[in-house]
Design a protein around this ligand. Structure first.
Ligand SMILES: [Zn+2]
Length: 243
């Protein structure tokens, strides 16, 4: 019987055995190559995202939300300052704060748009206590608010946005930062004018696209930040004769 089985085995064509082995080898090789290609593609995709261990744009979204909240609080502060200055009869101070509040609201609008582009949105919340300028008032308080944003928030937020590959968000923060530096200069100029140490400006203009603010005497033909033509600027004029 054993001899019979050996004969049957020997009767199976050798070429059939070899073909089956070749087919198995080819299938195994193809499967291995496919798995390797998928692994490499996945690795590249994760590397391109830049932040494999955290949600996409998480740092930038948090930065934009925090600055948006601070901007809203600043706009509200400037509206109170404008009302106070109007009651005190100072037209230049009133118009400066009206212009600054308008600028801050444009910043807020741009931050909200940036958050929407990143798939998020701003939810209003209480002002962060870290600003630490509650003890002061008037021009010193306003300048402290602006300096806090310029010195402590904008630069790192721009770097975070670039690191997150969000050039749009980085540009919005850069516009805000440049605009806030101008706010500080205008507040200092207005403080000096109110003390009689320099002539008050004839008014202020605000770029409706980025919120850049200038006095009328130094307004550009085009916004130096976003290239909006001066014909679109919003004017807050001061009647010098009433000062
Ligand atoms: Zn502009």
């Amino acid at each position: 019987m054993q001899q019979k089985v050996a004969e049957w085995y020997n009767d199976v064509p050798l070429s059939n055995n070899l073909s089956a082995m070749k087919l198995s080898t080819m299938l195994f090789t193809s499967l291995s190559i496919s798995i390797a290609a998928l692994s490499i593609s996945y690795g590249y995709a994760r590397r391109d995202l830049g932040a494999p261990d955290r949600p996409l744009w998480a740092t930038t979204i948090e930065d934009l939300k925090q600055i948006c909240g601070l901007k809203l609080a600043t706009a509200a502060q400037y509206e109170r300052e404008a009302a106070s200055a109007q009651n005190a009869g100072s037209k230049v101070q009133t118009q400066l704060y009206n212009a600054l509040a308008h600028s801050e609201h444009i910043h807020v609008r741009n931050y909200m748009r940036a958050l929407n582009k990143l798939g998020s949105r701003y939810i209003r919340r209480a002002l962060a206590p870290e600003m630490g300028v509650a003890a002061t008032s008037g021009f010193p308080r306003s300048i402290a608010l602006e300096r806090y944003l310029v010195d402590s928030r904008h630069e790192q937020s721009i770097l975070n946005a670039l690191d997150d590959n969000s050039n749009y968000a980085a540009r919005i923060v850069a516009w805000t930062s440049g605009s806030d530096v101008k706010h500080i200069l205008l507040l200092e100029q207005c403080a000096m004018a109110c003390e009689g140490r320099c002539a008050p400006p004839s008014g202020y203009v605000v770029c409706p696209t980025c919120g850049n603010t200038s006095d009328c005497e130094h307004a550009d033909c085009y916004c130096p930040f976003c290239m909006t033509p001066s014909g679109s600027f919003v004017h807050f004029l001061v009647s010098i004769s009433e000062e």
